[in-house]
Design a protein around this ligand. Structure first.
Ligand code: ADP
Length: 320
C-alpha cells in the first residue's frame, strides 16, 4: 500500500509540467498520501534534493510555463550504481513510488527504477509529441500555438517583401509539430522525418506559389536539412528571395494552453489513482482520446507513431 510518493520533472521542459505536478500533488493529498517534490529530475534524486509538498506549494502554478521543480539531464542515471544511490535517498524519506514527468529519456529512467523495485508511473511531458501510445503529450498544444503565431507574423512581413520564409521548428524524432504547423498556416512545403526532404518538389511548389501569392512558407523540423543552404537554392531557382528563421527554445516557453492544462490535470489524477488503486509499475499514462489510460513504458518506448503523422501529411497535401 503506497503512502508516500515522489514527483519530478526531467529532460526537456514543456509548458504544462507545472499543471501536471499540481495535479499529482493535489490528487495525492486528496487520497491521503504524502507527496515529495524531487528537484531537477534524476539529478536531484541522486543528490537527495527532496522536499515535502503541500496543497499550498502548488498554488498559482497552473498557468506558469517551465517547471518550478526544475529539470536537468543526468546521463549517468543509466548506471546501476547511480540509481542505487538515488534509491537510497528515496528510502530516507520513505518514498515508495515516483511519478516522473518528461519525454522518452525520462521514461527509460522510470523503467530502470521500476526494475529495481521502486514503483514508477510516467507522464508524457514534451512539446515534441514523440511518445507512442498517447495521442498528445503535455506541451505539444502550447508549442504548436506558439509556432503558428510566429509563422503568422512572419507571413505578414514576407508577403510585403515577396519572400519565402523557411521556418525551422522543433521535433527531431516526430514530425507532428512540423505537420500540424504546416497545415495550420497553409504552408507550401513541410520537411520532417516521416516525409523526408525532396528539394525538387520544394522548388516546384514554391515556383507554383509565386504565380498566385506574394509569399511562400516552408516548415522544416530541426536536424532535417541545412535551412540556409535550402534558402540559397530557393532564392536562386524560384522568383522568391528566401529568409530563414529558427524558432528554437521560444517553442518551449510561455503559459500552457487551456488544452495542455486540462490534459496535465487529467494525467496527474490518473497517475495517482493508478498508484493507489492498482499495483501497476513501469507504466505510463496516455491519452487515448476518450479516456486516459495506462500502458507499459516498454510499449511506449518501442511503439511506432508514424501512422498519425502520415495521415496528417495526406491532409496537408490535399489542401495545398
Ligand atoms: P527527455 O525525457 O525529454 O527525453 P532526456 O532524453 O534528456 O530527456 O532524458 C532525461 C533523463 O532521463 C536523462 O538525463 C537521464 O537522467 C534519464 N535517462 C535517459 N535515458 C536513460 C536510460 N536508458 N536509463 C536510465 N535513465 C535514463
Amino acid at each position: 500500500m503506497v503512502k508516500k510518493i515522489g514527483v519530478l520533472t526531467s529532460g526537456g521542459d514543456a509548458p504544462g509540467m507545472n499543471a501536471a505536478v499540481r495535479s499529482v500533488v493535489r490528487s495525492a493529498i486528496a487520497l491521503g498520501l504524502e507527496v515529495y517534490g524531487i528537484h531537477d529530475g534524476y539529478l536531484g534524486m541522486y543528490e537527495g534534493r527532496i522536499e515535502r509538498l503541500y496543497r499550498k506549494s502548488v498554488s498559482e502554478k497552473m498557468g506558469h510555463g517551465g517547471t518550478f521543480l526544475g529539470t536537468a539531464r543526468l546521463p549517468e542515471f543509466a548506471d546501476q550504481e547511480v540509481r542505487e544511490k538515488a534509491i537510497e535517498n528515496l528510502r530516507i524519506y520513505g518514498i515508495d513510488a515516483v511519478v516522473t514527468i518528461g519525454g522518452d529519456g525520462t521514461y527509460r529512467g522510470a523503467l530502470a527504477l521500476s526494475k529495481m523495485g521502486i514503483r514508477t508511473i510516467a507522464i508524457p511531458g514534451t512539446i515534441d509529441n514523440d511518445i507512442a501510445g498517447t495521442k498528445f503529450t503535455i506541451g505539444f498544444d502550447t508549442a504548436l500555438n506558439t509556432a503558428v503565431e510566429a509563422v503568422d507574423k512572419l507571413r505578414d512581413t514576407s508577403s510585403s517583401h515577396r519572400r519565402c520564409s523557411i521556418v525551422e521548428v522543433m521535433g527531431r524524432n516526430c514530425g507532428d509539430l512540423a505537420i500540424w504547423t504546416a497545415i495550420a498556416v497553409g504552408a507550401e512545403c513541410v520537411i520532417c522525418k516521416e516525409t523526408g526532404f525532396n528539394l525538387e518538389e520544394i522548388i516546384e511548389n514554391v515556383t507554383k506559389s509565386a504565380k498566385s501569392k506574394n509569399h511562400a512558407i516552408i516548415i522544416a523540423a530541426e536536424h532535417m536539412v541545412d535551412i540556409n543552404e535550402l534558402a540559397r537554392e530557393v532564392s536562386e531557382r524560384t522568383p522568391f528571395e528566401a529568409r530563414t528563421t529558427v524558432l528554437g527554445y521560444i517553442q518551449r516557453g510561455g503559459c500552457p494552453s487551456a488544452k495542455d492544462r486540462v490534459l496535465a490535470s487529467e494525467m496527474g489524477v490518473k497517475a495517482v489513482q493508478t498508484l493507489v488503486e492498482t499495483d501497476e509499475t513501469g507504466v505510463c499514462v496516455c491519452d487515448e482520446g476518450e479516456i486516459i489510460a495506462t500502458l507499459p513504458i516498454e510499449k511506449a518506448i518501442n511503439g511506432d507513431d508514424t501512422a498519425p503523422v502520415l495521415e496528417k501529411y495526406k491532409v496537408f497535401k490535399m489542401l495545398w
